[in-house]
Ligand binder design. Structure first.
Ligand code: PMP
Length: 369
């Protein structure tokens, strides 16, 4: 969709990256650190400074006591953290339960690690998780469950009740849960972000993955952080050593400073993004779309039946070529095996400047009128 958007000179609300870089002070520290060093291999587990900052961040935002020596691993973005987890934890034939739709790198990474994917369909429009559906997907071969809250592409924030369903299943079947929490600081409407790790008995079987790219709008930095019990961090670290080995010390230094930014940074960040959500949601409604609720992330989902369409891939191509606004079909977030996945939803990204969101909405309104 990004290539088509470029060819068509369309506004790209398909790919999810902010169009403004995050805090200048973080970028200045990174620039200075490239001049002054460190510029040689950083420790494979991450610099002590950044691991301590991640542990402090867990205490500050989640009340979690994390040992920076043994319970934190720094990675090259959340993408590498996920790959290292799957390579570290899975033996050929092990099964992994995914809640569908799901962020697109999970299934290929799991399959490349020799694992097999099984799916629990979240049912629109609420996309809620049912205990019986999760139970039905678990077999004697299941080793992991992957959850993602707030959720890409749905913008859904898992409720405490849904997290309890996952916790209960993980305890009962002795499973590891990989929690993709890259949008942990983008939960809207004053709601809390609840890490699964905070639920009783979960700390010993959960890893939670964060991303400086998302938290500081610096997606090109490629710095991710994983928190978990020592045995799971060790397993992940062994795969990480042979994947990317380490990440630039200069950028780790800058991200450590970022994690120490005051509450005002985090409050402004979420308030700005919420205002963008509201702006785009209003624009899309004005253009005739049925907009689904969005409790977090960068993403709004619409039901394309509201504008008389029923094929999401064709719809995204149509609006990119004709309205000059790109979106992404939600069917792309299902496994090719899932032949009956919904085909009537599309995702628009709102981490763009307000004037871009207004122009995109105006183009869609003109086209659909
Ligand atoms: N998980 C989710 C749910 C995401 O949306 C993304 C980025 N689009 C990632 C992981 C990857 O994050 P990173 O850029 O830190 O690799």
């Amino acid at each position: 969709m990004s290539r088509l958007a470029r060819e068509q000179n369309a506004i790209n609300l398909g790919q999810g990256f902010p169009d403004e870089d995050g805090p200048k002070e973080i970028r200045e520290i990174a620039a200075q650190a490239i001049i002054d060093g460190p510029n040689q291999y950083a420790p494979a587990e991450g610099t002590p400074e950044l691991r301590e900052a991640v542990a402090a961040d867990n205490k500050r935002f989640c009340g979690l006591d994390i040992n920076p020596e043994t319970e934190v691993q720094i990675t090259s973005g959340a993408t590498e953290a996920l790959a290292a987890a799957f390579q570290g934890y899975l033996e050929p034939g092990d099964e992994v339960v995914l809640l569908a739709p799901f962020y697109e790198c999970y299934a290929p990474q799991i399959e490349a690690a020799g694992g097999r994917v099984r799916f629990v369909d979240l049912i629109p429009p609420a996309w809620s998780l049912e205990a019986a559906a999760l139970e039905a997907a678990i077999t004697s071969k299941t080793k992991l469950i992957v959850i993602n809250t707030p959720h890409n592409p749905l913008g859904k924030v898992m409720s405490r009740g849904e997290l309890e369903i996952v916790a209960e299943a993980a305890r009962r079947h002795d499973l590891i849960v990989v929690c993709d929490e890259v949008y942990e600081h983008l939960v809207f409407d004053g709601q809390p972000h609840i890490p699964l790790m905070c639920l009783p008995g979960m700390k010993e079987r959960v890893i939670r993955i964060g991303s400086a790219g998302k938290t500081f709008s610096l997606t090109g930095f490629r710095i991710g952080y994983v928190t978990g019990p020592a045995r799971l961090i060790t397993g992940l670290m062994k795969a990480h050593q042979h994947l990317s080995y380490t990440s630039p010390g200069s950028l780790q230094k800058a991200v450590a400073a970022g994690l120490a930014l005051g509450d005002d940074y985090y409050e402004r960040f979420v308030a700005d993004m919420q205002a963008k959500r509201d702006l785009l949601a209003a624009g899309l409604k004005e253009a005739g779309f049925d907009v689904l609720p969005c409790g977090g992330t960068y993403f709004l989902t619409v039901d394309i039946r509201s504008v008389g369409r029923d094929d999401d891939a064709a719809f995204c191509k149509e609006i990119t070529e004709n309205a000059k606004v790109a979106a992404v079909p939600i069917s792309a977030f299902y496994h090719p095996q899932q032949k009956n996945s919904p085909r009537t939803y599309a995702r628009f990204c709102f981490c763009k400047r307000p004037e871009i969101l207004q122009e995109a909405s105006a183009r869609l309104a003109r086209y659909f009128s």
